[in-house]
Design a protein around this ligand. Structure first.
Ligand code: ZN
Ligand code: ZN
Length: 251
């Protein structure tokens, strides 16, 4: 069984609590340690109970709480070799790319590279008794490698960053718009929906939209775009509300 809690998602800070068969994990520490601690309390857990932490990359919205949180953690923190070099004073441990690595008893993580303007940026596939779970945010584009790696995951947290029209007509400066739209920026609702349809055809039953832009997206638009792409498929997929701040259970 999986229990998932979005502590924060988006440019204001990213952190997911993930419980798999009783093992407790955190993905990213992009919020103040106090915020993370309070969120953990709602699922009956504290920093000392966490079995492993995984960091996707070193942009501040993913590591803001790392320095303080690590003082309260008694588990290893994993990231890519490049991110570990950048985060050296905070002691993360490198995880291999492209092959399974046991991060907690019975949980194997396969890290994969993401196309994002931060060296060493990665996402994760978790394999465990009873299923697989995927985590992919901060994607400039969906690559064949990511598709193949996450194929068959029963639940995927997938970036649905912006509505392309809202971004183009919005207030961001041209340089920032170009960065977000590029193949090393962020995944649009439209590209997320296209990937969602692929994953749905390949066994994914739960999709959690993540890393939504506050300025260039809204939860209803993101949901509608994903559901539109999924409705003609002969399978049913639960698309979880992007604004969800309560723990979600997936049997
Ligand atoms: Zn980033
Ligand atoms: Zn980010």
């Amino acid at each position: 069984m999986i229990r998932l809690l979005s502590v924060g998602s988006g440019s204001s800070g990213n952190c997911f609590y993930l419980e798999i068969n009783g093992k407790k994990l955190l993905i990213d520490l992009g919020l103040p340690a106090k915020t993370i601690r309070n969120a953990l309390k709602t699922v009956g857990c504290e920093f000392g109970d966490i079995d492993a932490v995984l960091i996707t990359h070193t942009h501040s919205d993913h590591i803001r709480g790392l320095a303080v949180s690590r003082k309260h953690l008694s588990c290893p923190i994993y990231s890519s070799e490049i991110s570990c070099a950048a985060l050296f004073p905070f002691g993360p441990v490198p995880i291999p790319i492209g092959r399974p690595f046991e991060v907690a008893d019975g949980i194997n993580v396969t890290a994969f590279e993401t196309s994002h303007d931060c060296p060493g940026s990665i996402g994760f596939r978790f394999d465990y008794e009873g299923g697989a779970f995927g985590y992919a945010t901060d994607l400039g584009c969906m690559t064949e490698r990511i598709r193949e790696t996450l194929k068959g995951c029963e639940c995927i947290v997938l970036e649905s960053n912006h509505d392309t029209d809202m971004l183009r007509s919005g207030p961001y400066p041209y340089v920032l718009k170009r960065r977000i739209l590029s193949d090393s920026g962020h995944l649009s609702n439209e590209s997320c929906a296209e990937a969602a349809a692929f994953f749905a055809r390949n066994g994914t039953e739960n999709l959690f939209l993540a890393h939504l832009s506050r300025e260039n997206n809204d939860p209803e638009t993101a949901l509608r775009t994903a559901e539109e792409a999924l409705k003609s498929l002969p399978v049913s997929v639960r698309v979880l509300s992007p604004g969800c701040d309560e723990a979600v259970c997936i049997e």
